[in-house]
Design a protein around this ligand. Sequence first.
Ligand code: MG
Length: 446
Amino acid sequence: MAEQPAADRSSSLNPAILLVDMDSFFASVEVRDNPSLAGRPVLVGGSGKRGVVAACTYEARRFGVHSAMPMATARRLCPDAVILGGDMSRYAAVSRQLHRILRDVTPLVEPLGLDEAFLDVTGSTALFGSPRAIALAIRERIDVELSLRCAVGVGPSKLIAKLASREAKPTIADGVVREGSGVVVIMPDEVRGFLDRLDVGALFGVGPATASALARLGIERVADLAQMDPEILVRHLGQSQAYALVALARGQDDRPVVADQVSKSIGHEETFAEDVSDREILGQRLRRQAVAVSGALRAATRRGRTVTVKVKDSSFRTRTRSHTLSSGIDDHVAIFTVAGALLAAVDVDEGVRLLGLSVSNLEDGSNPVQLRLSVDGEENDDPSSSAEQLQQDRAGLEDAVDEIRARFGRHALGSASSLGADGLVVPAQRDVPFGPAEPSQEIQEP
Ligand SMILES: [Mg+2]
């Protein structure tokens, strides 16, 4: 291995966490595979009335387009854009190649959706050099072998690695795309200064609702939040969120990189004897499914970030809608809040034959405070923020309900339909949503 320059302080990072995040992943794969798209604004996403931009090239971002934006808005901003429906199976294949490259460096790879992953490289430096050298080598391999670009954040924690990766991305100023540095390393003695430059919205767990709650208290910068006594925030944010956010603002984050997260979902489906088009009935059934899924998640000590609603209509057409939250949930009200919003966006007039609800992107649910990175934290919409709030607020009540159920049986409170063997489902590739934190991607199958 080549010797690292003396200026490379990253050798002393311990732990050394990397966040590798592909640039405009879906759109970049499209441009790579179709060179005639190079240099053009390309949008990947739903082209229908309620379509959402899942990914876009930097050429499109110059016009103010961003992911999670309604496609209609994107079209208006950028009328010359090339709009593509996307091909999840192709993106998933590239994602597998990406993860193979990452696992050459360390087995400690924690995927965050298709195009992003945390790596703990603390034990890899003897073989592969400093964390900075590893980050540069990963970028090089992704460039050479996949012809794609990525940004790598390096730091002493997941929080810092994630935020550093954003700093490494290309930026747009006055409509001009500026190359990013590609790799940003933040050392422990730089963490405070780094965090102090950021708005609170940069922290995961801070969606628009939390951000405005904090703004009402005069807290807009991470630096302001770091100085707060969390006890003062408890009344406004709830106990766990208040303490968790202040800890993050202070740069305290010791969550480990967890490898081999199996991308399974926990779900429940119901086929109706007669097709149902009454939204009230569908809502009741969905609520019941949320209770069942919540119970199964708790039984498995899991929480999930992605909520998916599946609707099959009388002509056997299946529509799937997903939303990915910035933090994992297992609370049935939180799950129903998201699922209900997803269902509301599906046309049910033709009659529904089958209704399904599943939660995926599963993570350990044993930690009382679960905060996850928000890939596009500032783009979280209201249903997810309120669901996260609910998750925080209702934790105590839910624990109590679980206890009562355990003592008196499943049917003691409300009706939780029992989970059959098919209650645990592995999602088909098409069920994978369009990347994390990108809401409401509709995927149709014939
Ligand atoms: Mg990305």
